[in-house]
Design a protein around this ligand. Sequence first.
Ligand SMILES: [Zn+2]
Length: 83
Amino acid sequence: MLMATLLARMPDLRRRVQAQHVADHWGCCSECGGRVQWPCDLHQIAVAAERLARRRPHGPYSQQRLPEPRALRPVTNRGFAAR
Ligand SMILES: [Zn+2]
């Protein structure tokens, strides 16, 4: 999921989303408003981003900045891995 991948690179924003998008007394998201059921899309994206960041603690997702392109090499046709 592209949004989760992007959010995994922004830990501050991810934590803020997880802190703000919580269930109210009716099981709806207190931040999204209306009758959006919790967990809302944003919260689920943040949870997925957290999982990505934890899966690669030393990888590019754990860093605020993206690594230099030459630090990456293709390992499969599905993605890249740090050297
Ligand atoms: Zn929400």
